[in-house]
Design a binder for this molecule. Structure first.
Ligand SMILES: Nc1ncnc2c1ncn2[C@@H]1O[C@H](COP(=O)(O)OP(=O)(O)OP(=O)(O)O)[C@@H](O)[C@H]1O
Ligand SMILES: [Mg+2]
Length: 358
């Protein structure tokens, strides 16, 4: 049995949930360190909500084990419940009540006496920028306000572990930033946060570690930096002194980096993917080598930059767009994969919009 203190917040081994024929969660192993934000990243239907519901004791696993602060989610469900709180993907506040009324009601259900409940509600509404909306009915809140009220409701009693299931899906960038600030504040108070998201930049911004899940399985796990480097590519952008040398430079970069080289709209600019394939060194080393070769060919570079691969690229590389992966069968011509990110993002946005209006 794991330690109740000092051990991980969550530990699962071979966790499974089956709905009919569908293995919604198909053998997930996770270790979530206490006191951190842990990101679970995956597309629609990956199994994120199902996994969270099992960890929060709302759904019984069909196989495997899960412990929350050392307590088995099935055999010691009450002990788990005492320490966790869940903000669901779909809002749970009462539409007809005001912000204050919602929080006071929930606080009273948690055992707060009336004055304490009122004080806690007021403090949370203030912390979440909802003081002005405190006496408005929740049905008149914007999506961002609703989400903030939801999170406020879930941390009335500061939980040791907070599940946030897609807390920013459907929100505009400003509201997302507000929610991110709240998540950071919650963690600063010592709460562990398990955050599911379809937004790659969200996981990148908030999470210390990320599990990428697809079809109920963990397909990658690590820090954002590790995930990026496991895909092993970034891009080098180069601006030349002389536009006439661009074709030549393209040839040099393609030869040295063994990858696709794109000609930008800017007539002196080129972009090349920098793959990493084991023995050949990291992206910075390879990029430096490429710049050296340009210099050796007498091509003057005015400016260059090396970009890390985005989590978007990582995600697409792991979940489908195999063409982006170094060493994959599809990566023969060296001209593939430049549109993958754009397509993926558009697709994801469309789905999120659908969901937001559902
Ligand atoms: N109660 C249920 N009965 C039957 N199938 C279910 C049930 N809940 C989930 N599923 C199925 O299990 C799979 C995983 O669903 P889940 O809701 O966990 O995904 P998700 O990663 O949370 O997706 P989203 O990003 O859309 O919220 C899906 O194929 C879904 O249709
Ligand atoms: Mg979900």
């Amino acid at each position: 049995m794991s330690e109740r203190t000092g051990g991980p917040a969550i530990e699962t081994t071979g966790l499974v949930k089956v709905f009919g024929e569908k293995r919604a969660v198909d053998g997930i192993d996770l270790t979530v360190p206490a006191g951190t934000v842990y990101g679970v990243l995956g597309p629609n239907g990956a199994g994120k909500t199902t996994a969270v519901r099992m960890l929060a004791t709302l759904l019984r696993p069909d196989g495997g084990e899960a412990r929350v602060f050392g307590h088995d989610v099935v055999k010691e469900a009450a002990a788990v419940r005492a320490r966790v709180s869940l903000t669901g993907q779909y809002a749970s506040v009462d539409e007809d009540l005001t912000g204050t009324e919602n929080l006071v009601l929930l606080a009273r259900l948690l055992g707060y006496r009336k004055p304490a409940a009122r004080e806690r509600a007021a403090r949370l509404l203030e912390a979440f920028g909802l003081t002005e909306a405190a006496d408005k009915q929740a049905k008149n809140y914007s999506g961002g306000m609703r989400r903030r009220l939801d999170i406020a409701a879930s941390i009335l009693n500061t939980p040791d572990l907070l599940f946030l299931d897609e807390p920013t899906t459907g929100l505009d960038p400003r509201s997302r930033n507000q929610v991110w600030d709240i998540v950071r504040a919650v963690v600063a108070q010592g709460t562990t946060v398990l955050l599911t998201t379809q937004y790659l930049d969200e996981a990148d911004q908030l999470a210390g570690r990320i599990a990428v899940i697809d079809n109920g399985k963990v397909i990658a796990e690590g820090t954002p930096g590790q995930l990026k480097s496991s895909v092993g590519s970034g891009s080098i952008h180069v601006r030349l002194r002389d536009a006439d040398r661009r074709a030549e430079a393209q040839g040099v970069l393609a030869r040295v980096l063994q990858t696709s080289v794109t000609l930008d709209h800017d007539p002196v600019a080129l972009t090349a993917r920098v793959m990493v394939d084991g023995a050949a060194g990291g992206p910075a080393e390879r990029a430096a080598h490429a710049l050296g070769e340009l210099a050796a060919s007498g091509i003057t570079v005015d400016d260059f930059s090396l970009g890390q691969p985005s989590l978007d690229e990582v995600f697409l590389a792991l979940t489908g767009d195999k063409r982006n992966r170094p060493g994959e069968a599809g990566d023969k011509s060296g001209t593939n994969g430049t549109n993958g990110t754009t397509n993926g993002t558009t697709d994801g946005t469309a789905k999120r919009k659908q969901e937001a209006t559902a």
